[in-house]
Design a protein around this ligand. Sequence first.
Ligand SMILES: [Fe+2]
Length: 244
Amino acid sequence: MTMLPASVLASEASLPAMASPAPSFQAASIIPLRVKAAEEEIAALRSSLVCALNQLLDLKDLNTGVHSTRLAEWALHVAGELGLNQSELADIEVAALLHDIGKVGIPDAILNKPSRLTAEEYELMKKHPEYGWVVLRQIPGFERASLLILHHHESFDGKGYPGGLRGEEIPVGSRIVSVIDAFDAMVSSRPYREGLPFDEAARRLTQGSGTQFDPDVIKCFLPLARAEMSAVFAAVGATVSGAI
Ligand SMILES: [Fe+2]
């Protein structure tokens, strides 16, 4: 006859029923690892996809190489200063890198035209944000970034396209890309024209603050661009004081 107290006997009696703690403990520790591995796989896939699409832009001569990476860095910096969260930053990075992906659908004769576009050609060119949205929204995980791309040519005063959205109706990521894209276009040299010096580009951005551009974005971006202007201008093949 056992001398053990009844409470111990009861706990021993319950042991068979608890014989499965080991598997459930294992499952509990394996599930987070599997989730983490799946998340890493998705992040790697997402990154490869962005690289592949960037190469497509290169083939169409729509990229400025190293400069597009710098654009994404600027966009992330401005977004961070505006207090946006990690998920928004990830969408903004994709939008900054691929905002003009829709230009793949624009005829080369229009894209590379050295002279002014006709009204009809300009209307066609204005389709590129919608084309980019249509492509990117098909990819799981890129839905929000596709919306930023759709609205990257909206104007703060409502006079942009395609939606004619105004002020904070425009997604903040689109407002950021709009400023950075405009600055890039101003300072970059093209076969048919030289890029603007930094001070002139900064003056034009300031002039457009509150009309074309979000004033808060301009306020964050200009000091950053000024601080980095030597590297920035080296990347676009120009000097700080004027294009080469
Ligand atoms: Fe664009």
